[in-house]
Design a protein around this ligand. Structure first.
Ligand SMILES: Cc1ncc(C[n+]2csc(CCOP(=O)(O)OP(=O)(O)O)c2C)c(N)n1
Ligand SMILES: [Mg+2]
Length: 375
């Protein structure tokens, strides 16, 4: 399922601005961006890609239990993340590493999570309202819709102030659209006209199941059955991702109800480091999407605006430094005591938690003095 005439694209795969009717509505958002903001888009895509590639290597070296590559999805993530305003709440799935970083999550937190050292990851309040990674496919669409209903009840949205009114954005995948949770979230969002943008990254695969099998209709057409306006974008075009998301987040925060964006992109790597995509997909597909790479086309665009070698070399160094910083800091991560898993289950002490903790402590103590024991 490649681009269609309905796909909003602002930057061609060659890195040239598109002047179609569909693009005209969104180009004004791009014209307002400064050179520094455009450089920031590029910097974030490149640096995250370098961290991502290195994290996959760390898994191969036994430093991580698993890594979930975001390779190829940088434009969808970076553009939409910069489109969100500081007061917005973002609910991710588990592949949104670039969004996490832009909202202020230190990538070492992602590394700690996938090394198995964290029971959650980070506190959203302290990390740009970026909520927790969610491995239960599609469930975060319900969390996001419920959160958006709360914002309405609090009167924190639709007051007419774009700088203060809150909105919610939820990220999910093409495979998630087959989960009942996503349909339920769309029903509630439409019924209550919640301020939420559903941001679907259609990366064409749900592990080894192609999107064409999951949906017999393009996914951006599905929300119309729920009464939710939707748009399909070229998700490998960081400018389209930014402009269309900014327009839709600002619409939803103004009180017009939910919106849905389908970003067409491609998972260029494996589903996770436990997967081998050569077993189920053809190399021609990867070739098509390599030609549509989000970073090379944006580099071509920036060069056409006069950006020189110096900037690109500087960004490459920044990416290499960020990756080696992770390599260095991974050794400082501390294994938490097993008892910490009970700490934040309930806000008050709870007898079942106390009993389970006591059982665990007795179990661990039973190894005292034995070979390989903890004592
Ligand atoms: C409820 C549930 N069912 C099944 C799984 C196993 N599972 C993990 S990832 C995945 C595929 C998800 O595909 P998609 O939504 O397209 O996201 P992507 O991994 O492509 O980013 C599945 C089925 C799960 N984690 N949760
Ligand atoms: Mg997918």
């Amino acid at each position: 399922m490649h681009y269609t005439p309905a796909t909003v694209q602002l930057l061609s795969t060659e890195g040239k601005i598109v002047t179609s009717d569909a693009a005209a509505e969104y180009l004004p958002y791009i014209e307002q961006l400064s050179d520094e903001q455009l450089r920031d888009f590029h910097r974030n895509m490149v640096v995250m890609r370098m961290i991502d590639l290195d994290a996959a290597n760390l898994q191969r070296q036994g430093q991580l239990a698993m890594w979930i590559p975001s390779l190829g999805q940088e434009a969808a993530q970076v553009g939409s993340a910069f489109a969100a305003r500081p007061q917005d709440h973002l609910f991710p799935a588990y592949r949104e590493h670039a969004v996490a970083r832009i909202r202020g999550v230190d990538p070492i937190r992602l590394i700690a999570l996938l090394r198995g050292l964290s029971h959650g990851g980070w506190d959203p309040q302290m990390n740009g309202n970026f909520h927790l990674y969610t491995l239960v496919i599609g469930s975060q669409t319900l969390h996001a819709t419920g959160y958006a209903m709360g914002i309405q009840l609090d009167g924190a949205t639709a007051t007419g102030d774009l700088e203060a009114d809150e909105a919610v954005m939820v990220y999910f995948g093409d495979g998630a659209t087959s989960q009942g949770d996503v349909s339920e979230a769309l029903v509630f969002a439409a019924s209550y006209q919640t301020p939420v943008v559903f941001f679907l990254q259609n990366n064409h695969w749900a592990i080894s199941v192609p999107v064409t099998k999951q949906s017999r209709t393009p996914l951006y057409l599905r929300p119309s059955g729920f009464g939710i306006p939707s748009v399909q974008i070229d998700g490998n075009d960081v400018l389209a991702s930014y402009a269309v998301t900014r327009a839709n987040l600002d619409a939803t925060r103004s009180g017009v109800g939910p919106r849905f964006i389908e970003a067409l992109t491609y998972r260029m790597g494996a589903h996770t480091t436990s997967d081998d995509p050569t077993k189920y997909r053809r190399s021609e597909e990867l070739e098509f999407w390599t030609a549509a790479d989000p970073i090379s086309r944006f580099e071509a665009y920036l060069r056409s605006r006069g950006e020189g070698d110096g900037f690109f070399a500087e960004v490459a160094t920044e990416g290499a430094d960020a990756a080696s910083d992770i390599r260095r800091r991974i050794h400082d991560l501390v294994t938490p005591p097993a008892s910490s898993m009970f700490a934040n289950v309930y806000s008050e002490p709870h007898p079942v938690m106390d009993a389970q903790l006591a059982w665990l402590e007795a179990y661990e103590a039973s190894f005292a003095g034995t070979e390989g024991g903890h004592a």
